[in-house]
Design a binder for this molecule. Sequence first.
Ligand code: CO8
Length: 372
Amino acid sequence: MYQPAITATGVFVPPEAISNDDLVAAFNAYADRVNAENAAAIEAGEMAAIPHSSSEFIVKASGIENRYVMDRSGVLDPARMYPNLRQRSDDEPGIMAEMALAACEAALSKAGRKGDEVDLVICAASNMERAYPAVAIEIQKLLGAGGFAFDMNVACSSATFGIQAAADMIRSGSVRRALVVNPEITSGHLEWRDRDCHFIFGDVATATLIERAEDAEHGFLIRSTRCATEFSNAIRNNNGFLRRNRPDGMQDRRDMQFMQEGRKVFKEVLPLVCTHIGAHLTEETVPADSLKRLWLHQANKTMNDFIGRKVLGRDPEPGEQPNILQEFANTSSAGSIIAFDRFSSDLNPGDKGLICSFGAGYSVGSVIVERY
Ligand code: CO8
């Protein structure tokens, strides 16, 4: 058996950003246009007017101030409200593979490794841009990696579930060096015309390099992983390959994009996550107060504040539970890895921390790491 370790992470940040004010201005222009077009029906009480969104609400309800996207122009066009992503030919790298490659190269360069030293690539994300061939296999090819590659989807928990799968394979010896990569084009499946959720997501790609600890001078030992799922419809997207078989073709139906019952998710996921982390720490005899850092999934600031308080049994000190959602918004599976990437280099050998993701499924994944 080999000891797996996270030896580097990499983040690809998309070239364009959207502030809350930009987003709200586009949404309100869209709402005004739809309301004007339907003035008679609204007047007759046959339909409700679309209310305006507000930056104040967004910051207060979520903590989000900004998000990065692969394309601003389409999202902010009140006549379109989704990204303009160029259709690529089958001979070009796919957009997910390209974002993933940039994140993988950033991680490999930090570790002083080359793509051909990698023998497992897991592309773990909330959505894949096509059914097959696996995006992971395309990334494997672009990297010049050997071994094998596969896609997995556990929505927001994809990164931690991917880390568990890779770590277990490294532990057993079936692979030597793995990249778990999370390219998230959330802008493609967010419903930008829905005021209740139009502010939630942003695009990004993260990569985590996992090796045998003995192969690297320093990094984070993966002490233990724990994944759990419990079926729920509270976060759902009905898009899928059976779409054309459905009666209305479902081209622009609301449930073809991300849907959630935000309040319900909030209420149900919090106890699930707190119990999960508590049980994981107890099982591994790691006292909560020995953790130097919590790198949590980045969906909502209030949610993270609550989890931090519950897990540590006190208010987290500044920096103990870093948030990046104010800059990136919810980047689905990538959020906890961005936080880890940005806020882990100051830990000392022997310091322990916990990476935790949670979201649709429901799914929860936790990884206890120790600096060496
Ligand atoms: N501007 C102004 N007012 C608004 C807005 C807005 N934009 N939106 C809602 N309001 C109003 C509502 O109408 C409501 O008014 P009233 O009280 O009069 O009815 C009031 O504000 C409160 O609305 P909510 O109850 O909806 O607001 P919340 O306080 O619950 O905040 C949140 C909404 C921020 C969405 C919150 O519920 C939340 O963060 N919930 C948890 C979310 C979460 O963790 N989700 C995880 C999903 S991510 C995941 O698993 C990955 C899925 C795959 C990725 C998909 C990528 C696209």
